[in-house]
Design a protein around this ligand. Sequence first.
Ligand code: NAD
Ligand code: DAU
Length: 356
Amino acid sequence: MIFVTGGAGFIGANFVLDWLAQCDEPVLTYDKLTYAGNLNNLVSLRSDPRHFFVQGDINDQDQFAQLLEQHQPRAVLHFAAESHVDRSILGPATFVTTNINGTFHLLEATKTYWHKLPSTEKSAFRFLHVSTDEVYGTLSAEDPPFSETTPYAPNSPYSASKAASDHLVRSYHHTYGLPTLTTNCSNNYGAYHFPEKLIPLIITNARAGKELPVYGDGQQVRDWLYVNDHCAAIRRVLADGRSGETYNIGGWNEQTNLSVVHTLCNLLDELQPKKNGSYRDQIRHITDRPGHDRRYAIDARKIERELGWKPAETFETGLKKTVEWYLANDVWVNQVQSGDYLKWVDLQYSNKTEAI
Ligand code: NAD
Ligand code: DAU
C-alpha cells in the first residue's frame, strides 16, 4: 500500500485516480478536507476496495503514526498543503501551520515507523515530498530555467513555507537517513482544479459572464504542465528516483498569463460561442499581486535523462481537454463555487482597481 496526503485536492486526486487506473496497489488517502479538499473528486472510488480514505490533519502526528503502524505502507507521498499564493498573502499563518509544521509532524511519524521496519522494507521505503518551482524565486527574461542546483529564493509566504518544508525533508535524509525524494514542479492545469487558480477561474468566470481578472500587465510567465503528466512524473520518481535526490518537473512550456487567457477565450469561442462577441471582451487588467514573481521556467533535463520521463500532452491538447472537462462538469463546478468560495472571491477581487 501507499499513503497519499492531500489526495482529495487537485493534484492529489488526479494522482490517486491515475494510480488506481494503472495498478492494483491500494492507496490510503489522508486529507483534512479544507476548502480545497473535495471528496467528490474521488467519488468514482467510493466502493473501490483498493481505496481507503481517512480525514485527518497532517499536524496530528499520533493519528498518522497509528495509521502507519496499522497499514504498513511502502511509501508516503506528501501532497497536502495550503497551495494558493494569493491566500498566503492575505493570511500566511495557515501556510506556516500546514506546510511547515505539518510536514515536520509527518516526517517525525514516518521516521519512527521507518526505523522499525525490517531491513528489506526499510531500504525500499520512500517518503516523496511534492513541492513547487516557486521555491527558486523569480527569473528575468534572460535567465536560464530553474535547475535542481538553483539557489532557493522564495518570495511569497506560500513559497517560503514550501521552501522550509523542502529543507526539513532534506535534513531528515541527511541526518537520519530517511529515504526521501523531492519533486519541484511548475504550474499544473487539468480536471478538478479549484477555480481560485488562473486557468479554472478564467474558464468558470468566462462562462458565467463575469470579468476575467488579469493581474497587472499580464506579461508574467509561467511554465504550464498538464496534471496527468505531473502524476506520471511522480510515479517515475517513486519507482526509480535516487533516494535523497530532488527532481524538477516541467513542460518546457512558458506562456505569459495574457496569452493563456487569450487561448482560453479562443477555445471557449470555438466550443461554446457567445451570442455576441468574444469572451476576450470580458478581460480586465486589475491591481497586480504584491511581490508578483515575473517568470518561472523549469529545466527538466534531469528527470528526462535519469528516469526517461517526458510530458505526453502539449499545451494545446492539454488545455482543450481541460476546457472540455469544465464544460462537461457543471455539477462539480457549482458545488465548489458555493459557500466559502464566494467569500474568497469577494475578499480577493471586490476592491481591485483597473490596472491598465
Ligand atoms: P490543493 O490546494 O488543490 O489541495 C491541497 C489538499 O491538501 C486539499 O485536499 C486539502 O484538503 C489538503 N490539506 C490542506 N491542509 C491539510 C492538512 N493540514 N492536513 C491534511 N490535508 C490537508 O493543492 P494542489 O494544487 O493539488 O497541490 C498539491 C501539492 O502540489 C502541494 O504541495 C503544492 O504545493 C504542490 N504543487 C502544486 C502545483 C500547482 O500548480 N497546483 C504545482 C507544483 C507543486
Ligand atoms: O509554479 C507552481 C505553483 O503554481 C504552485 O506551487 C502553486 O500551488 C499554484 O497555485 C501555482 O501558483 P501561481 O501563483 O503561479 O498560480 P495562480 O493560478 O494563482 O496564478 C497563475 C498566474 O496568473 C500568476 O502569475 C498570477 C496570475 N493570476 C492569477 C489569478 C488567480 C491573474 O493574473 N489573475 C488571477 O485572477
